[in-house]
Design a protein around this ligand. Structure first.
Ligand code: F3S
Length: 65
């Protein structure tokens, strides 16, 4: 079974660049406010969310402990 890892998006920090949605569309989605949110917890594992974390220009994404 895949490890259930979860990420969180800091809504204060996100500027809506969309990089995370492009990299991990199973995990992130754009909200109506133009900011990214995690659409389904536990989807991490199918894609590389670390890549999304590293790609965010404002470091708004982090692993949830
Ligand atoms: Fe926001 Fe960063 Fe994604 S700015 S849209 S959390 S890559």
């Amino acid at each position: 079974m895949a490890k259930a890892k979860t990420v969180v998006v800091n809504q204060e920090t996100c500027i809506g660049c969309g990089a995370c949605v492009a990299i991990c569309p199973d995990v992130f989605e754009m909200g109506s406010d133009g900011k990214s949110r995690v659409k389904k917890l536990g989807n991490c594992g199918k894609c590389d969310c670390q890549q999304a974390i590293d790609s965010c220009p404002v470091t708004a994404i982090s692993w949830k402990k």
